[in-house]
Design a protein around this ligand. Structure first.
Ligand SMILES: [Zn+2]
Length: 426
C-alpha cells in the first residue's frame, strides 16, 4: 500500500497542469441553469476525456423532466471503468450545471482565469473543480494500480441547482444509483478539503399569492391592493415567524454555524405591473402578488409543522384583515438527510484525510441540499457523502474561485479512499 500511495501521490502531482487545464475547459462551457445551457457539449467533453482513459461512456437524457427540450436537452454522462476482478463500485457524482454569473465580477466568469494559485470562474468551486479533481484522482489511481478490483464510475449530471430532477433523480429512477450496480458514492461538492459532509437540512419551497381587485390607481379605494396584503404577510413573518425560527436550534453539525437553526428566505416577490416593458405603467391597483418562500428546516423538525407555522399566520390574517385572501402552493420539498458517520465511504474518506493532512476530518452537514437526497430516497443507497475541494462560502458568489493546491490534496484523498473502498469485500 505504501508503494502504491507514493505512486498515486506522484501521478497526481505530475497531473497538476492537466488538472488546471481540465477545470478551465469545464468552466468554459457556460452550463447556466436555468435554462440549462451547453449541457450536451459539456457532457460530451467529459465523456470524450474519460473514454481516452478506458471508461465506457453512456449519455442519458432526462427526457420530459422540468426544462427538458430539444433546445435545452438534459444530457447526463456516466462513465464506467471495470476493474480486473469483481468487486464493489465506487461512484463520483458531480453536477455540471452552474448558476448565473450575476454582477460584481472582476474576471470573465466563463474564461477560467488562473491567478495566484487559484482558478477564477463561475462553477470553479461549485463544482467543476471538484469534478476535475475526481477525474484526475481516478485516472491517477487507475494508472498506479491498473489491476484494481471492482469498478469506478464518474458521472456529470445536470440540474442540481434546480432540484436535480433531470439529473441524479432521473438516473436514480433508472436504477443507476442503486445496488448492485453502485455501492459507494462520493459527491465532490465544495465543502472544504478536510471535511466530510454527511447530509443536509430540509427544504420547503412554496409560493404564496395574495388576491386583490383591479381598479384605477387614482381611486385605489375602489379596488383592493394585493401588494398591501402581501406587505401584511411579510410584516407578520417579521414579527411572528423569523424570531421563532431563530430560536430553533439543531444538533446537526451544520456549517456555517449560522445555519444551525431554521431559516427562511424570500426568494422572489412579484406584484402588479411587471417591469419588462417600455414606457410608463398603467395606473392600476394590483390584483395579485406572489411571494416565493424558501424555508430550510432541521432534522428535529417535522415538515407538516414547518408548513403549519406559515399557514397559521396566513389564516390568522384571513380572520383579522379586511378582504384578505390567499393561496399557497408547494413548489418543492426535501426532507433533511444525514448519513452515518461510520459508513464505509465516510470511513474511507476520513482515512484519506488523515493520510494527506495528518489530522481527523471534521464532520459537517450542508446548509442547502444537493443530489444526495435522490441517491438516498430514490436509489435507496445510503453509503453516500459529499467530499470535495472548494470553499463552501464562495459558491454562487462573484469572483468564485478554487485553490489549485486544494484540488491536488483533495485528489489524493479521493484516490486513497477509492483504493480502500475498491479493496473492501463487496
Ligand atoms: Zn453544487
Amino acid at each position: 500500500m505504501h508503494d502504491l500511495q507514493s505512486q498515486i501521490t506522484n501521478r497526481i502531482e505530475d497531473a497538476r497542469e492537466d488538472l488546471v487545464a481540465l477545470t478551465i475547459d469545464l468552466v468554459r462551457f457556460p452550463t447556466i441553469n436555468p435554462p440549462g445551457e451547453a449541457y450536451a457539449p459539456c457532457a460530451h467533453y467529459i465523456g470524450n476525456r474519460l473514454a481516452k482513459s478506458g471508461f465506457d461512456i453512456t449519455y442519458i437524457r432526462g427526457e420530459d423532466t422540468p426544462g427538458d427540450s430539444d433546445q435545452y436537452p438534459r444530457t447526463n454522462v456516466i462513465a464506467r471503468r471495470e476493474g480486473k476482478t469483481p468487486g464493489p463500485t465506487v461512484h463520483f457524482n458531480s453536477h455540471i450545471d452552474v448558476v448565473i454569473a450575476g454582477e460584481g465580477w472582476s474576471f470573465d466568469p466563463f474564461a477560467g482565469t488562473v491567478q495566484d494559485g487559484r482558478i477564477y470562474g463561475r462553477g470553479t468551486c461549485d463544482m467543476k473543480g471538484g469534478l476535475a479533481t475526481s477525474i484526475i484522482a481516478a485516472e491517477a489511481y487507475i494508472r498506479a494500480n491498473p489491476d484494481f478490483p471492482g469498478a469506478i464510475e464518474i458521472s456529470g449530471t445536470v440540474d442540481e441547482e434546480t432540484g436535480g430532477f433531470g439529473g441524479v433523480a432521473y438516473l436514480a429512477s433508472k436504477g443507476l444509483f442503486s445496488k448492485p450496480r453502485v455501492d459507494h458514492v462520493i459527491i465532490p461538492e465544495p465543502l472544504n478539503k478536510d471535511r466530510i459532509c454527511l447530509g443536509h437540512r430540509g427544504v420547503w419551497w412554496a409560493q404564496i399569492e395574495t388576491k386583490g381587485r383591479i381598479a384605477h390607481g387614482s381611486m385605489p379605494f375602489l379596488g383592493d391592493c394585493a401588494v398591501r396584503h402581501m406587505g401584511a404577510v411579510m410584516e407578520a413573518f417579521e414579527n411572528d415567524l423569523f424570531p421563532k425560527l431563530a430560536k430553533k436550534r439543531t444538533d446537526m453539525p451544520v456549517v456555517p454555524k449560522g445555519a444551525r437553526q431554521s431559516t427562511m428566505n424570500f426568494n422572489s416577490i412579484h406584484g402588479g405591473e411587471t417591469d419588462d416593458f417600455d414606457g410608463l405603467p398603467a395606473p392600476n391597483v394590483p390584483d395579485s402578488c406572489k411571494l416565493t418562500i424558501d424555508r430550510r428546516f432541521l432534522i428535529e423538525e417535522d415538515i407538516d409543522e414547518v408548513k403549519a407555522e406559515v399557514i397559521d399566520i396566513l389564516e390568522a390574517l384571513k380572520s383579522s384583515r379586511d378582504k384578505f385572501d390567499y393561496t399557497i402552493e408547494d413548489i418543492m420539498e426535501v426532507l433533511p438527510i444525514m448519513s452515518e458517520r461510520d459508513a464505509p465511504v465516510s470511513n474511507a474518506v476520513a482515512e484519506g484525510i488523515r493520510q494527506v493532512f495528518g489530522k481527523d476530518p471534521q464532520y459537517i452537514i450542508s446548509p442547502g441540499t444537493y443530489d444526495q437526497k435522490h441517491i438516498s430516497r430514490i436509489g435507496h443507497l445510503h453509503d453516500c457523502i459529499a467530499y470535495g475541494p472548494g470553499i463552501l462560502d464562495l459558491a454562487h458568489q462573484p469572483d468564485e474561485f478554487i485553490i489549485i493546491e486544494d484540488m491536488i490534496e483533495s485528489a489524493k484523498v479521493m484516490a486513497f479512499a477509492l483504493h480502500q473502498l475498491l479493496t473492501m469485500p463487496k
